[in-house]
Design a protein around this ligand. Structure first.
Ligand code: SF4
Length: 116
């Protein structure tokens, strides 16, 4: 049995969670103000995931802020950043437009800004 201390990142409240882990599975979660914290802790113990937010270069040299439209495995974040260095997105582009389709297993990279 192992005790892990996590901070829930599901909302700005940032509850401090104390998670009991047995055989790689969260068997008890304390400190969560709402059920989302329990779900977050259970997922975080097995396969931590994150939304990737970064920038890519536009075809005219400007930078375009982007994010994945769903969380990806935390283990993939470095590789994902490396892959995005080679991406050149065309402009104009609007918030929500797909910059890279199916970047990882159906997860797209989308623009988070408008660039005229
Ligand atoms: S447990 Fe609920 S209230 Fe607490 S940070 Fe997570 S989502 Fe927010």
């Amino acid at each position: 049995m192992e005790i892990k201390r996590l901070t829930c990142i599901e909302c700005p409240r940032g509850c401090s969670l104390v998670v009991t882990v047995e055989n790689g599975i969260a068997t008890d979660v304390k400190g969560n103000f709402c059920p989302r914290g329990k779900k977050y802790a259970e997922s975080e113990v097995v396969n931590p995931v994150r939304i990737l937010t970064t920038t890519v270069r536009a075809s005219d040299g400007r930078m375009v802020s982007v994010k994945t439209d769903a969380p990806i495995s935390k283990n993939l974040l470095f590789e994902a950043m490396e892959r995005l260095k080679g991406v050149n997105c065309s402009v104009p582009i609007k918030t929500g437009d797909i910059v890279v389709e199916n970047f990882y297993d159906g997860v797209n990279v989308i623009s988070t800004c408008n660039v005229e």
